[in-house]
Write a protein that binds this ligand. Sequence first.
Ligand code: ACM
Ligand code: ZN
Length: 481
Amino acid sequence: MKTVLIPLPKTVDLHPGACPADAPVTRRTDPALGPEAYRMELSPAGIVLTGGSDRGVLWAEQTLLQLRLGSGGALPCGVIEDEPAYPWRSFHLDCSRHFFSLQEVKKMVRAAACFKLNRLHWHISDDQGWRIESKAFPKLHEIGSQRAGDTFGNFDSHEPYGGYYTRDEVRELVTYCKELGIEVVPEIDVPGHVSAILAAYPDLSCTGAPVAVQTEGGIFPDILCAGKESVFAFLEALLDDVLELFPGDTVHIGGDEAPKTRWKECPHCQERMRQEGLENLQQLQGWFLNRVAAFLKTRDKRAVVWNEAAYGGNLDPELLLQFWFQDRDGQVRRHAEKGGQVILSPIRSAYCDYPHAAITLENVYTQDLAPEDLPAGAVLGTECLAWAEYLRTDRELERKAWPRYAASAEAGWCGPRREDFPAFQARLRELFPLFAQLGVDATEPDSWNPASPGAQAEMEAFKENFTPELMARYRSAQQDI
Ligand code: ACM
Ligand code: ZN
């Protein structure tokens, strides 16, 4: 009997004989194993799952579930020993641009757990919507969660659009994730991508001018002022409010795509630079994020930031750096050389909202987790992402994420012991019925090939979102970052 599993376990040692489908299952932990490691023993008498921690036991359960699917009855006998190559294996959901129902988010979580992804990077604040109920700052959800329309790419609606998760719903999700071995990493993106926050609390920008929750994608000039003390008082109270809901060890504080247009002209920001001896606006951004991270440290939390946060060269190496784009002057390497850790999610192998013809399943599976320019040990792991500017429905989200999120999961779990891509693809085809079992509408094998009619049609539809004017606007917004 063969086993078809994703991620591929470290060792599978099968013996003759069969383990009945209804064999009793014993669960235990053995801290001598790594925290996410597990051992599974299948014999005619029963199944023993031993995890290095409760999470290891949960991963063993997922392996058992995949084995059951593949066996259709009795299971093989033998021993599986397994552990991940990388401790950080996250998947991302953008619930700001499009507000996915709690039920849909849970479905994505259930599927992610099946592939042993262990963190949900939950993007809940951006220019187009603030998405969780705030006790400390209720205007965030009252005003910041609502926008006047939905005009992304070639979709154009002037109907009001909005929504937020209540605190009880957030707690429900966090508990659901925990039961499946997944920690939620909320992202409160600052100092840029904050139109929804500024729509509610405009005094937090440099000028204080009114800002609307954005109805289109892009990069917007009004960001949080780095000079006003009131901004830090706000962020600290806000983070305390948010942390009540998220017991995990890590918070993402953004730092991407923050144009310095206003900071350049703002007397408060200029005064801050003088006081702190900062040489340029990039250093002001590094200083800003260091300060928010230092606050989080007082609450025993680590901060993650996008790679632009390192552009000034003054980012505290304790911050986790998430690489996605444009490593100007090798700052990711410099951060790592100072002892900093890095999460790798470059667009070319991680951005699963792009069509399969642009970011192929093979790109995701064969992603490089040991780049030559980073010191060994600097890479904490990987993330797969699905930004939702152009993902309006559950179906669109699922078809973009799956099965590419499973490929990322195996990359992070197996690291250098990954198989070649054709062998992975063959396993994935065999396991494909798992997606139906999970209720997930995954992209079918025929469309995984970038040259296939399905992938080409997806690409053509995607391109229709981008007029030359929009591309010019995106390029020009990049200038000041
Ligand atoms: C990003 O894609 N703006 C991190
Ligand atoms: Zn300012």
